[in-house]
Design a protein around this ligand. Structure first.
Ligand code: GLV
Ligand code: MG
Length: 337
């Protein structure tokens, strides 16, 4: 756990589910609490994966972990979510615990793992099931089992033309984006196949995913490389803002070309005003920029992203990606210092 705490991963989740043998589960709760309390998790999202809500363990997982370390925890990950009720159960249990323990109600977020056919079918309702929901996460190993896929590796090594998970990944991305939350790809099991990991992460990134699990330290670097925007992207975003301001305020045009590709439509101006303010404020390292986003109710900014930024990226710059129809995505860039 210490290694995880000092790694370059953005988030660490401590697992009470499948990485924990059934007989070990009750004792593991105390170890998780102790780890949350004792290691230095600075800069990381701290998450605990509880057991499935229909198991004998989930309620005690929640109670013991939140009682012992609720103030040292950012999210609860809920595996094998099948419907909105599964998330609602965790949401309500958290309300009770937070109230009883004097914790801020609603601060602890939820990440929902979609890992079987029913969960995928109901991904839309799940994505809208709770204000606490920050992320939909794909679980390819359990999903493969649920679907009776012959491949046991979750690799692209089956005799099928194309990516067998394309539909799943895209469906989850659509549900998450519609709800304004993050979407994260799950594990790549072949830990020694780093190029295979990179290819899998790139496919998720191409569909707009926010990140992907890592199971081993060797997967961290390719994950960060795949999902972190470059300085060039950041600079380009700033140039686009400037070009747009010039076009609208000085040249009085409603649209603008930057280089060979970018046009900005007039209806995006409100979004751009907000984003510009954000860029400036974050440049000045004022976290108030995040509040401004939330207050502005810009649906394009996932609430999970904004909460996450507030919690863990206070000194970071922000990259804004644009498309013809406006802001697609904001992401944090690690500060150089
Ligand atoms: C992760 O939990 C998976 O089942 O892939
Ligand atoms: Mg699983």
């Amino acid at each position: 756990m210490e290694k995880a705490a000092s790694s370059a991963a953005d988030e660490v989740f401590l697992d009470l589910e499948d990485a924990c043998a059934p007989l070990e589960k009750p004792a593991a709760r105390g170890k998780v609490v102790e780890a949350l309390r004792t290691h230095d998790w600075h800069g990381k999202t701290r998450v605990v994966r509880i057991n499935q809500v229909t198991s004998q363990f989930a309620f005690d997982d929640l109670r013991e972990v939140v009682t012992g370390a609720g103030d040292a925890l950012d999210c609860i990950m809920v595996p094998k979510v099948r419907n909105a009720g599964d998330v609602a159960f965790v949401d309500r249990a958290l309300i009770q615990l937070e109230q009883a323990l004097g914790l801020e109600v609603g601060r602890i977020g939820i990440e929902a793992q979609i890992e079987d056919a029913e969960g995928l079918m109901r991904a839309d309702e799940i994505a809208f099931s709770s204000d606490r929901l920050e992320t939909l996460t794909y679980g390819p190993a359990d999903f493969s089992a649920s679907m009776q896929l012959p491949s046991l590796s979750v690799r692209n090594d089956y005799n099928y033309p194309g990516d067998i998970f394309h539909y799943v990944l895209f469906k989850l991305a659509v549900a998450a984006r519609a709800a304004g939350i993050q979407v994260v790809d799950g594990p790549y099991l072949a830990i020694h196949d780093v190029e295979g990991y990179r290819a899998s992460a790139s496919r998720a990134a191409a569909l707009g995913y926010d990140g992907k699990w890592v199971l081993h330290p060797v997967q961290i670097e390719p994950a960060n490389e795949t999902f972190t925007p470059t300085q060039a992207d950041f600079d380009k975003a700033a140039r686009m803002l400037e070009a747009y301001r010039r076009a609208t305020e000085i040249d009085r045009k409603g649209a603008v070309m930057l280089g060979d590709m970018v046009t900005v439509e007039p209806q995006t101006i409100v979004v751009f005003d907000e984003v510009e303010a954000l860029l400036v404020k974050v440049g000045e390292r004022q976290i108030i920029a995040v509040e401004m986003i939330e207050n502005a109710e810009l649906q394009r900014f996932p609430p999970g992203w904004a909460h996450g930024l507030a919690r863990r990226h206070q000194n970071d710059r922000v990259l804004i990606r644009y498309s013809k129809v406006g802001v697609q995505k904001c992401q944090c860039l690690n500060s150089p210092e």
